[in-house]
Design a protein around this ligand. Structure first.
Ligand code: GLY
Length: 560
């Protein structure tokens, strides 16, 4: 008998060992930053090492990304932060861009009421009033501990001394050269023949950051920087005024908080749809024993797809800026409502999106956002997703100030029922109004287990953000993967309309995809598809931290 028990324990150990993946991320003892660029993660981590907290590191990382990752890192955009302090206190910050005072519902339509192509997504009229600088000062005011100049100086130095362009960056800059030329009235620093290893120095940006260091938030919203921004936007035909900048405020909000099985999930509330949709999807699949379903199998993809389809249909119909429209948040994530929505789900065949109620419209955001996750040595956790919207935003680089401006206005529904630049359409709840915030999908998220911090996670990816965060959470909670393994796994996405399941190449079993087709699912598999770029941190059982830095980009973890 004893022998039998020993054999059983040994085989269990062997099984568990063989189950564990060889893909392990960067491990740190107590503090970590994971972001889209090594420079930014290192800078964030160095602030923590100096004794700063996660909020100090957030400010330094955000500013460093504005220099090292002009693709999406920014001071001319906006974003959202979800945090959980060492004592379990939680909160969220909304520094989303706003529509200018002169914006109007039909501003992107011609006299016949037709959408004017690219007007909302390219150039001076696509710019929302930026929120990032207001956001970082709001964070500093409440939680900052180190002197502000110590948080901003590394970004100033990086801008002045230059960053080394990676292969991916060279390609991406190269792809956008023509657009920079088209949209600006002068030759910007981004227009040259880029090669890997080139150095990008941003002296004007360094000087802008120095002014912000010396004169604070007012510099950006009422000072010389504000004037340079308004002068250039006006020269290029835009409508942002000094009044718009002066009126901008970042807002503390109550995050969406809900239970998924034994876990508590804390995520962003409106004007981001992220937390609410994530809650709807997780609650739809909660009754199922996910851990007994093979990962990325027909059954798994089918279940998630059907839950996603229903959540995105609601997103399109109900969601918008809660300061402007009433959204029944509690009802939408209530168990009874979710169960009712899932009643039409069948394992036998796909539910056509046309049969799901509110089958009219959905907003859609572009892929070029960025996310960073931070845990400090005190146990505070910060999850931030920030964006210019499209790659390099509107592509306008403020003359004399050296920073890019967003094209976030395209996240509004320019005209209900008419597709935006990504071929999709939006709803009345997300229509344009002065000072309104455009609907987002950003899903900065924190997971707790037994009231203890477990995971900090988020990703770029437009409307695929929500389903990417979802799959990574499930990879860890249901499939017991480590953080890096979870992040590296291939992903899929469904968003109600268009009625397709998008899958990343090289990672899905063809047989499973064939089965899905037989059930009525349209599978789209393109070689270039990358669903998100997740940067996450997992608190391991031994208290150490494992980073998940997405291999789809140049993303990197740093810590100690
Ligand atoms: N512009 C991307 C988002 O807000 O979701």
């Amino acid at each position: 008998m004893k022998k039998l028990i020993v054999c059983f324990i040994i085989s269990l150990l062997i099984y568990n060992c063989s189950k564990k993946s060889s893909v392990t991320g960067f491990i740190a003892e107590k503090a970590m930053v994971v972001s889209a660029k090594n420079e930014a993660s290192q800078i964030g981590s160095s602030i923590l090492k100096k004794g700063g907290n996660a909020f100090d590191a957030m400010i330094a990382t955000q500013l460093a990304l504005a220099v090292a990752y002009p693709f999406a890192g920014n001071i001319g955009g906006g974003g959202f932060m979800v945090y959980r302090n060492f004592d379990g206190q939680k909160g969220a910050l909304d520094f989303r861009e706003k529509a200018p005072l002169a914006a109007s519902k039909n501003m992107y339509l011609d006299h016949l009421g037709n959408v004017i192509p690219e007007k909302s997504s390219f150039g001076s009229l696509s710019i929302g009033v930026p929120g990032t600088i207001a956001g970082i000062f709001k964070v500093y005011e409440k939680f900052g501990t180190l002197p502000f100049n110590e948080l901003i100086q590394p970004a100033i130095d990086l801008a002045r001394n230059g960053i080394v362009i990676t292969e991916k960056q060279a390609k991406s800059l190269q792809n956008n050269i023509e657009l920079f030329g088209k949209v600006n009235s002068y030759q910007t620093i981004f227009e040259r023949d880029w090669k890997q290893g080139d150095i990008l120095k941003q002296e004007e940006l360094a000087q802008t950051l120095e002014r912000i260091r010396d004169f604070g938030e007012e510099e950006f919203y009422t000072g010389k920087t504000a004037q340079l921004l308004v002068d250039y936007v006006t020269e290029m035909g835009g409508i942002i005024t000094l009044e718009d900048l002066k009126k901008y405020k970042a807002i503390w909000r109550k995050p969406i908080e809900f239970k998924y099985k034994k876990y508590t999930i804390i995520s962003m509330t409106l004007p981001s749809s992220g937390g609410l949709c994530l809650a709807q999807i997780l609650k739809s699949i909660e009754p199922f024993k996910i851990d007994t379903i093979k990962h990325n199998s027909t059954t798994y993809i089918q279940l998630l797809t059907e839950a996603e389809r229903r959540a995105y249909a609601d997103r399109a119909h109900y969601l918008g800026d809660i300061d402007f429209v009433n959204v029944p948040i509690d009802s939408l994530i209530h168990k009874n409502y979710i169960q009712k929505q899932m009643r039409t789900f069948s394992w036998k065949k796909a539910t056509p999106s046309s049969e799901i109620s509110h089958g009219k419209i959905t907003g859609f955001e572009s892929n070029e956002t960025t996310h960073y996750s931070i845990i400090d040595q005190f146990g505070n956790a910060v999850s931030v997703t920030t964006t210019l919207n499209g790659a390099y935003g509107s592509k306008l680089v403020v003359k004399g100030a050296g920073f890019l401006l967003n094209n976030e206005m395209d996240d509004f529904s320019v005209k209900p029922g008419v597709p935006n630049m990504f071929g999709l359409v939006g709803s009345e709840t997300n229509s344009i109004a002065p000072e309104k915030r455009m609907l987002s999908s950003m899903t900065p998220t924190i997971v707790e287990e037994n009231n203890q911090l477990k995971m900090v996670i988020g990703t770029p990816g437009g409307s695929t953000i929500i389903t990417t965060v979802l799959q990574n959470i499930l990879n860890v909670l249901e499939y017991d993967m480590g953080m890096q393994e979870a992040v590296s796994k291939p992903r899929f996405h469904h968003q109600w309309l268009p009625d397709i399941v998008t899958v990343e190449p090289n990672g899905f079993d063809e047989k499973e995809l064939e089965n899905l087709k037989k059930l009525g699912y349209t599978i789209v598999k393109k070689n270039s598809v990358v669903l998100g770029k997740v940067d996450a941190i997992l608190v391991l059982k031994n208290g150490k931290l494992e980073g998940g830095a997405d291999p789809r980009g140049d993303d990197k973890a740093a810590g100690f």
